[in-house]
Design a protein around this ligand. Structure first.
Ligand SMILES: [Zn+2]
Length: 236
């Protein structure tokens, strides 16, 4: 009875999808809320996001890594191809606890890259494949099913598995960058003990959005697996 078979899987899918969606919304709200809260508090040394990132880069001998300004909200990132840190409106020139925390995190990525930290190298090596996979995997899978070409459907599935794997590799990269940031801010005396607690809250909230992205990818992967495998069973 294929209808019940399908129905069973759909219910399982919805049951795991709902908590993951709730968690994702919570993580997003939490990072915005925590950032806004600690972006209102000026740090005692009046250090801007730019200052914090520059200090950490220079202390690690990374004088050549540039820091640029980028528009948008929470758009801060480190670009390994250009070897440039881009800091957003609310971070670049702001002397808050949150701005210093976020900027130090991005500097942490530059240090990871410079020191050959394994997970960031692995992540960089699969960026192109991941971009291709996230764009085309679903179409390839659907074409495989439509054309009754099972191998193609599985290729689509495994391509999506690359996307999920990329999200998995992102976790150690992100957690490690935050750990480096907090250590650098503490050792350099940029933030005091109380301020460090605030920066840690902002970075932990940001890390949860990456956990949410991984969980969402895994839920999607599960759904694709049920589609591909049930299609294969029906054909047999
Ligand atoms: Zn990061």
């Amino acid at each position: 009875m294929p209808a019940i078979y399908y129905g069973g899987y759909d219910i399982t899918y919805i049951l795991i999808l709902i908590p993951v969606l709730i968690f994702s919304f919570w993580a997003q709200a939490s990072v915005t809320g925590t950032f806004n809260q600690y972006n209102k508090i000026t740090n005692k040394r009046r250090m801007t996001g730019y200052d914090a990132a520059r200090l950490i880069l220079d202390r690690n001998g990374l004088y050549h890594v540039q820091i640029e300004h980028i528009s948008g909200n929470l758009t801060d990132h480190y670009d390994p191809r250009a070897n440039v840190i881009r800091l957003s409106d609310a971070v670049y020139g702001t002397a808050s606890i949150a701005a210093v925390g976020v900027a130090a995190h991005e500097a942490g990525h530059a240090v990871q890259y410079a020191t050959g930290y394994g997970p960031i190298k692995l992540r960089a090596s699969i960026v192109s494949l991941t971009q291709f996979a996230s764009q085309w995997s679903i179409y390839i899978l659907m074409f495989g099913i439509l054309l009754q070409f099972g191998v193609l459907a599985y290729v689509g599935f495994w391509l999506y598995a690359v996307v999920a794997f990329f999200q998995l590799v992102t976790l150690p990269v992100e957690f490690n960058a935050s750990r480096r940031a907090l250590t650098a801010l503490e050792e350099g005396g940029s933030l005091d003990r109380e301020e460090l607690g605030g920066a840690k809250k902002v970075l932990s909230a940001a890390a949860m959005t990456y956990v949410a992205a991984l969980l969402s990818a895994l839920v999607q992967l599960f759904r694709l697996w049920t589609i591909v495998s049930s299609n294969n069973k029906r054909r047999r």
